[in-house]
Write a protein that binds this ligand. Structure first.
Ligand SMILES: NC(=O)c1ccc[n+]([C@@H]2O[C@H](COP(=O)([O-])OP(=O)(O)OC[C@H]3O[C@@H](n4cnc5c(N)ncnc54)[C@H](O)[C@@H]3O)[C@@H](O)[C@H]2O)c1
Length: 309
């Protein structure tokens, strides 16, 4: 797909981070947007940002974990826009916990949003995408769909599965008009840690602390970790631009960030001990990566931490 002019793009998790900037960049490129998000306030903010562009934007409050709502979504989007050309299954969450401390409800929360929703949405939209002269389905996995660290068992389980599912689909759809993409971001400075559930025990560092925290003198409150994460990743507008370029160039596997590429290389070189190589590059990359938005892009405010139950 060489350009996005007059295309209709569905984006889940459009209220923050990569979902929000995908919506803005696609609108800038002339695409009409169906923005989907569970958070009413952030969804409205994104839709307001799209008003700067001469495209149509529809707003859909959606919990991707709700299978019935996902099944009803194609008809709603088609009623607003007439067709669907691109679907970005981007919404995602995480929980930081050892498997033993992880409740079944937290497991289901991540698993249903990060994997089951991707499958349900792919099933719901594929028949409509296949009717278009050119179309694309873009499922977001992670570099954590290629390597595994402690305290991310359910995130890894979901993201490895998104990769397996999407790569299989890419082979099955290779003779169709639908491009299938799997996205593997490294560290992108978004609200994902703010929105995460943390299950921290005294003696066990969070996943973030393991990667960079000790050396950077990072504190251990969720607020500090979330701030550090937001401020030290690749800017989400830049990550979204990489994703869209991957779609333009028909790359079935879209790696986002040098950290993702090096982590992938490390796991190929030493499949059982790759994490020992990470300190060689995660800290330098954290210090020197481009954390500024693309020129002209709005700057996203930090989300407040969710209230604890
Ligand atoms: N930020 C990173 O470093 C990183 C790295 C690898 C992969 N990812 C993946 O990228 C995707 C986007 O994440 P992000 O970093 O932009 O995070 P983010 O937290 O900034 O944005 C995620 C959005 O999804 C929404 N969302 C959460 N649950 C939802 C639900 N049930 N229904 C609908 N929307 C829901 C959130 O409200 C939020 O607006 C996720 O799939 C994430 O797992 C992120």
């Amino acid at each position: 797909m060489k350009n996005f002019t007059n295309k209709v793009a569905v984006i889940t998790g459009a209220g923050s981070g990569m979902g929000r900037y995908l919506a803005i960049l696609l609108a800038q490129a002339g695409a009409n947007i169906a923005a989907c998000e569970i958070n009413k306030t952030t969804l409205a903010e994104t839709v307001a940002m799209l008003a700067d562009y001469p495209v149509k934007a529809s707003s859909h409050i959606l919990d991707v974990a709700d299978k019935t709502a996902i099944e009803a979504l194609p008809a709603k989007v088609i009623a607003e826009h007439g067709c669907v050309d691109l679907v970005f299954n981007n919404a995602g969450v995480t929980v930081d916990s050892t498997f033993e401390d992880l409740s079944e409800s937290d497991w289901d929360w991540v698993f249903n949003i990060n994997l089951q929703a991707v499958i349900n949405s792919s099933r719901a939209f594929l028949p409509h995408l296949k009717q278009r002269p050119e179309a694309a389905l873009i499922n977001t996995s992670s570099i954590f769909g290629m390597i595994a660290l402690e305290r991310q068992s359910v995130y890894h389980t979901a993201k490895f599965a998104v990769r397996g599912f999407t790569e299989c689909l890419a082979k099955e759809m290779k003779d169709s008009t639908v491009q299938i993409h799997c996205v593997h971001p490294g560290h992108i400075g978004t609200n994902i840690v703010t929105n995460a559930r943390m299950n921290k025990s005294e003696e066990s560092a969070s996943s973030m602390e393991r990667l960079v925290g000790k050396v950077m003198g990072l504190g251990d409150s969720q607020e500090e970790l979330a701030k550090f994460f937001r401020e030290n990743g690749m800017h989400a507008s830049r990550a979204s631009e990489v994703i869209l370029n991957g779609v333009r160039k028909k790359r079935s596997r879209i790696m986002v960030g040098t950290d993702a590429k090096l982590m992938d290389l490390a796991q190929r070189l030493t499949p059982m001990h790759y994490e020992k190589l990470f300190p060689l590059f995660t800290l330098p990359l954290t210090l020197f990566r481009n954390k500024k938005p693309i020129k002209g892009m709005p700057v996203e405010e930090a989300s407040p931490l969710p209230e604890k139950a």
